[in-house]
Design a protein around this ligand. Structure first.
Ligand SMILES: C[S@@+](CC[C@H](N)C(=O)[O-])C[C@H]1O[C@@H](n2cnc3c(N)ncnc32)[C@H](O)[C@@H]1O
Length: 375
């Protein structure tokens, strides 16, 4: 990792931070009503701000937490940073938030066990943003996630550098690779270290197979998501790219929650961040050279995703969640609602009440030519 990481915030880090910010405020509003105190844990906090003056994740989180705490809600944040140099800066950065924030000069690996305990009495949002994959042992993360099966509300937003998993996996297996990302290689990692990070050995067959790098990356992510799904009902992935034309993302933001509502919020947070970011970058002409097909709001793509998701009958909310997994982060929830309204109006679906203006709990049926779709 470049030693000047905190000198200025890179465009892709800005994009990632926008997603975090757009999610956090509505999330905190929502979960503060659950009854338990809410804790946001930033496990790889850094110094709090960048040398160009932009806020790092600790300040973004502190500001969101302050907004909610001022409404009399029990919400706080914990920032973990291992390096002394950054930890000192971190303390200085968040000194105005001491009443709602704590800092720990510790490694994530050590604090992970404490986070397991925190999950028992708090609703916890865990933000994991390391430099690479090395500190991410799956068993340590799984211990935190396992609180969910004990009834706690845990959510995770994880910066998962899947390309690095593929590259380091190949290096660990001593396979040659044509790649210019030598800086991301940690030649001390053994195949069993990679097993521990990936949470299994599945990656070995994938990275040594005869498929393009981008497919290897996608397959590893898909397996990794499968591991997360053992704990979270909702898991989604969004690739953050360095340049628009790239086929391989710089890293993936993986999100896990047990709540459909959280998944809907994350979808809208990514859409909002992307719209803002695209608008900005198209003007600057810097990061996005052109809009790719899936950035164009094609209503037919949304219509198809919804049509394909309704088999027999479903509530509107289930239908939206189902369809959203097919085209995650492309359309806002409000667009799904409008499209479903149009599908009722044009006769493709019918609602139990027979009305076109419906709420999330209303059941929808696919109309067939013979019975009109009603049971
Ligand atoms: C990518 S930076 C985090 C940037 C931060 N999230 C932001 O947006 O401002 C990763 C940070 O994690 C710290 N770090 C690295 N290994 C760590 C570990 N094992 N435990 C805790 N912190 C660690 C690094 O010193 C660095 O400050």
């Amino acid at each position: 990792m470049s030693p000047d990481f905190f000198q200025s915030k890179k465009p892709w880090s800005r994009y990632k931070d926008m997603i975090l910010s757009h999610y956090l405020t509505p999330y905190l509003f929502k979960v503060c009503s659950l009854g338990k105190p809410v804790l946001v844990v930033d496990c790889f906090a850094g110094p709090g701000h960048f040398e160009d003056g932009t806020d790092g994740s600790p300040l973004l989180i502190s500001k969101a937490v302050r907004q909610i705490a001022e409404k009399g809600k029990a919400v706080s944040a914990l920032f973990i940073e291992e390096r002394r140099k950054y930890f000192q800066k971190l303390q200085e950065s968040v000194k105005d938030y001491q009443d709602i924030c704590n800092t720990k000069h510790q490694s994530f690996e050590v604090v992970a066990k404490e986070i397991v305990g925190m999950g028992r009495d708090n609703t916890v949002f865990v933000y994991i943003d390391p430099y690479g994959i090395k500190p991410l042992r799956f068993d340590a993360l799984a211990e935190i996630y396992a609180n969910i099966t004990r009834g706690s509300s845990i959510e995770v937003l994880l910066n998962f550098n899947a390309p690095s998993l593929v590259r380091n996996g190949l290096a660990a297996l001593k396979c040659a690779q044509q790649d210019d990302s030598e800086e991301e290689l940690d030649r001390t990692m053994t195949p069993s270290d990679i097993d521990a990070i990936a949470g299994g050995t599945y990656w070995r067959e994938i990275v040594t197979s005869d498929i393009p790098f981008s497919d290897k990356e996608e397959k590893c992510v898909s397996e990794y998501i499968g591991m997360m799904k053992r704990y979270f009902a909702e898991v989604c992935s969004y690739g953050i790219k360095e340049r628009y034309e790239h086929t391989i993302p710089k890293y993936r933001l993986l999100f896990g929650s047990r709540h459909e509502d959280a998944f809907l919020l994350m979808n809208d947070a990514v859409c909002k961040a992307r719209d803002e970011f695209l608008g900005k970058q198209c003007v600057d002409g810097f990061l996005f050279d052109m809009r790719a097909d899936d950035e164009i709001h094609d209503p037919e793509r949304l219509r198809r995703a919804i049509m394909d998701s309704l088999s027999t009958s479903m509530t509107r909310k289930k239908l939206i969640v189902h369809a959203m997994h097919k085209v995650f982060a492309e359309y806002k929830e409000s667009e799904y609602k409008r499209m479903i309204g149009s599908l009722i109006k044009d006769g493709s679906f019918s609602s139990r009440s027979g009305k076109t203006r419906i709420n999330d709990h209303e059941e929808l049926f696919r109309k067939t030519s013979s019975d009109g779709g009603r049971p």
